[in-house]
Design a protein around this ligand. Structure first.
Ligand SMILES: C[S@@+](CC[C@H](N)C(=O)[O-])C[C@H]1O[C@@H](n2cnc3c(N)ncnc32)[C@H](O)[C@@H]1O
Length: 350
């Protein structure tokens, strides 16, 4: 098929591929063509004048060339066959997290020498991915952010993720974000009734808050986060999803935020910070209206009986805050590590 092409000397091929990819011009659906002493790189479109200037040092020629379509491997393992030893191949994760056009794979020690190859394989299987990250450290700290290393692609980590009709600008290297919780967010949003006032205590880039505001008429959601970068994205997301005035962004420690002016005003509180939520139950109870409301509590609990443990912590915290649990239901959100679970408690508190 004929496509715009960038022709450079073969010795500049690697540099040219990187530069073209960084500009978002590389057409990964077609094979690079080897010519006598040169290579022709398939482009998604003709470069603009500015882009051409950025490539000028490669002394390129832009013209139209015939390219063969690239037959995509069906899996990361298939893409790596013949490139990594058989025993390592079996330890390659079969799934990954896609946050917009950024792919995140889990670190495994045996993959260390092959991380670049794994990253490139991910880009072959998922041609729209612009950067591949390996999660090299656990989610930690107050901001709940992990450690990541870029192993392939342009290295750009800011992206826009689409979920249930909402758009979320996010940089997973700087703020917490998990595409795996999309159903849980949808489930909670589906329980909100028109006219409710909701507090999203640990909003991140605003996934619960924005989905609720888009789905439910007349409700107002206060969206709080202590991480200033998360709140920067939250504000962008409020505008992008056109929920200004219905999602109120607040940056700060939710304990102070509630204490200084949001006591007794909410029908529903979302506590999506499973590693710490139990320490914030007093604040959640203070935020509820005097007549009561619903708290969505989250925690990580091991076997045996993770749901019973979650319910026990929830009841104890609510009681210590001087309130009562009228009714409560539990749900396993997902297994986070062997025999350890992310548990949700939906509790009616009076
Ligand atoms: C697990 S993440 C929540 C993610 C978000 N709900 C979502 O759906 O993507 C927990 C968030 O709580 C925030 N956080 C931690 N301590 C806080 C506090 N004391 N007050 C407000 N936010 C806090 C972190 O910055 C982080 O963004």
């Amino acid at each position: 098929m004929e496509k715009p092409a960038l022709k450079v000397e073969k010795r500049l091929g690697e540099e040219a591929l990187k530069a073209v990819s960084k500009l978002g011009l590389l057409d990964r659906g077609f094979k690079v063509k080897r010519l006598d002493g040169y290579i022709a790189i398939p482009l998604v479109r003709n470069p603009t004048e500015e882009e051409f200037n950025a490539l000028r040092r490669l002394n390129p020629l832009v013209y139209v060339e015939e390219f063969e379509p690239r037959l995509r491997p069906r899996s990361i393992r298939e893409a790596l066959e013949d490139m990594v030893p058989e025993d390592v191949l079996s330890s390659i994760p079969s799934s990954l997290d896609l946050v917009g056009d950024v792919a995140i794979i889990q670190y495994r020690r045996e993959l260390e020498p092959y991380l670049k190859a794994v990253g490139e394989a991910v880009m072959k299987v998922y041609p729209r991915v612009k950067s591949v990250l390996v999660k090299t450290g656990p989610i930690s700290g107050d901001f709940r952010v992990g450690d990541y290393t870029v192993v392939a692609g342009s290295g750009e980590t800011e992206t826009v993720h689409k979920e249930y009709g909402c758009l979320y600008a996010v940089d997973p290297v700087k703020v917490y974000f998990s595409p795996r919780l999309s159903y849980e967010r949808f489930r909670v949003a589906s329980m909100v009734k028109p006219g409710e006032r909701v507090l999203d205590m640990f909003t991140g880039v605003g996934c619960y808050a924005i989905l609720i505001a888009k789905k439910v008429t007349d409700c107002v959601v206060y969206a709080v986060d202590i991480n200033p970068v998360a709140v920067k994205y939250l504000k962008r997301n409020i505008a992008m999803n056109k929920v200004q005035g219905r999602v109120i962004p607040v940056q700060g420690d939710v304990v102070k935020v509630v204490d200084e002016g949001l006591k007794g005003v909410f029908d529903r509180v979302i506590m999506d910070n499973p590693s710490r939520a139990k320490f914030f139950l007093k604040t959640a109870c203070q935020a509820l209206k005097p007549s009561g409301g619903v708290i969505h509590y989250y925690g990580f609990y091991p076997e045996p009986n993770p749901e019973d443990q979650a319910l026990r912590d929830f009841r104890r915290g609510v009681l210590e805050a001087g309130r009562l649990v009228e009714s409560a239901e539990t749900r396993i959100v997902r297994e986070v590590s062997p025999r350890r679970y992310h548990v949700a408690v939906d509790g009616k508190v009076c």
